[in-house]
Design a protein around this ligand. Structure first.
Ligand SMILES: [Zn+2]
Length: 180
């Protein structure tokens, strides 16, 4: 799995984390497929926001509805770890309720901002490749060129059939064999 973030979006998440510390911040990532389009900040309503995050349910629901109206989807959820590594905590894993979403974590540990993304399905945690670039990631280009390859093969087959039909039509007529 992959997620593609433009640098300004990655910066916005880190900026949100910095502004919210020492508390954890949280928000959603909206986009299409692997492409992130924008982020929406969500209030952290956890009782202990220094060590936990709990997205305000109403704000989260409204954001999901809004993104659907714009023909986009919520592709990820993010939160920050002001003092720890960008690795899902036991609590993060236990409370992860969206198996199809990327869980992005912004770590500010040691003053160094780092981002990571994870897929959390029940208690199975797997890293998601987070691509921060202006350009579309190469992986997408590969799948595009696969489509192009298929188009080239298809047109080659059509051209071959056309040539076959053409050459058959150009053949001299079959000799007429007299029948006695
Ligand atoms: Zn966490």
């Amino acid at each position: 799995m992959q997620m593609w973030l433009k640098p300004e979006l990655a910066k916005s998440i880190i900026e949100h984390a910095r502004q919210t510390q020492p508390n954890e911040c949280c928000g959603v990532i909206i986009g299409e497929g692997i492409r992130a389009e924008k982020i929406v900040t969500i209030p952290n309503v956890a009782a202990d926001p220094k060590h936990r995050y709990h997205m305000d349910d109403k704000a989260l629901l409204e954001t999901i509805i809004q993104s659907q109206r714009q023909n986009l989807e919520v592709i990820g959820l993010y939160h920050s770890h002001p003092r720890t590594e960008p690795i899902p905590s036991q609590e993060d894993i236990r409370l992860a309720t969206y198996p199809d979403m990327a869980y992005v974590i912004a770590s500010l540990r040691g003053g160094e901002a780092r981002l990571s993304a994870w897929s959390i399905k029940r208690d199975r945690v797997a890293p998601i490749e987070l691509i921060v670039s202006v350009e579309k990631p190469a992986q997408e280009a590969v799948s595009l060129s696969n489509i192009q390859k298929r188009a080239i093969i298809t047109s080659a087959i059509i051209a071959f059939i056309f040539l076959l039909v053409l050459s058959l039509s150009l053949l001299p007529p079959a000799p007429i064999i007299p029948i006695r």
